[in-house]
Design a protein around this ligand. Sequence first.
Ligand code: PMP
Ligand code: GLU
Length: 417
Amino acid sequence: MDVSRRAKQIPPSSTLAITAKVRAMKAEGKDVIGFGAGEPDFTTPAFISEAATDALHDGMTHYVPTPGTPEVREAIAAKLRDENGIDCDASHITVNNGAKFTVFLALQALLDPGQEVILPTPAWVSYKPMIDLAGGTLVEVPCEGAQDFKMTPDQLEAAITPATRVLLMNSPSNPCGTMYSPDEVRAIAEVLERHEQVVVVSDEIYERLVYGDEPNLSMGSLPSMRDRVVTINGLSKAYAMTGWRIGYACAPGGDGAVIKAMNKLQSQMTSSITSFTMPAVVVALTEGAEEVERMRRIFAGRASLIHELVKQWAGVTCPRPTGAFYIFPDISSTFGSTSPGGRRIDSALDFAEALLDETGVAVVPGEDFLGPGPRHIRMSFATSEEQIAEGCGRIREWLGQLAPGEAVASSPSSTAH
Ligand code: PMP
Ligand code: GLU
């Protein structure tokens, strides 16, 4: 049976595909070290899970309001007001089945066919398919490793046209592991002040996982931007709740017009998130700070460790990870070489496939992250320090055994820093 053009048009998620492959190899008893999975290796803190099991046992098993219960929306609004400085109330919030679906709904609610979406790349693999499904036109702004993969105000200014409708930002970034400083966020906002038609979709799902000196600044907290930002967040990453599927958006502009549109779409698609998870969301947001900080510290240690180890790889460069749990090394100096197992490496995909087959180490090839992504691999450090040390050691040894091919042009992002 044939399927629709829409279904044919989009690829499967390559990050989920690698995670599934590693899981299958481990099930077969293979010795695999996985740097693929973009999810915390911790289990959800017990007191959060108990709030859901209590609710389940107490009979919270019926349909709930599409945007989320009043309690959950108030808890989210309070978090965004107190922690992020966003001037909002419960009516500006919608709760959805994972931040992935939240981004999807936001783009569906905002875009008409042909409208342009500016996306600084490398960017998370799912954004492009979501833009395509909403009929938007992708306008990439490629950002090199030498600029920590961050878009400059001039690059943004040059990318804006009368057809620009959305700027899709993700800081801290998947896959880059870098983040915009508060001053850099303000500088981007200054450009946008000159272009009133542009709405920002700001995916801040990694905002709690930061390792530098400066916190995340939410664009939606800037008074000039309040009415033009859809802030996206969720519980997956900070609270180790990926399997729960809980994401949310906040958009105070136009008396919550975008949120109302997202709720209308959600009412026809999934109705709401799972009822008995809602009390757990309230508990996580109101009592979870200590646990979040405990996990953040562990990620911070891993960020330093993996950066130290990757820096030892000959010919490979990458910025220090300052947020999220990814590092995105430039491995393009290996292109043209031959692996110890006799495979020619001409792309990040070749690199990742040969590496997995010959060393049992799984990484995500950078192609689907776009921009300079094809010269990079993504490694998630949501895994133990032992696994990080073992996996990076195997890669280092394997790199040392690559047989050089003809010289390849040096890449612009090969600046060590
Ligand atoms: N945004 C980014 C940048 C992500 O990396 C992820 C992780 N999958 C998500 C959104 C969605 O997370 P979830 O659907 O688990 O809430
Ligand atoms: N965001 C994570 C990742 O990039 C989870 C998988 C996915 O949803 O893409 O690996």
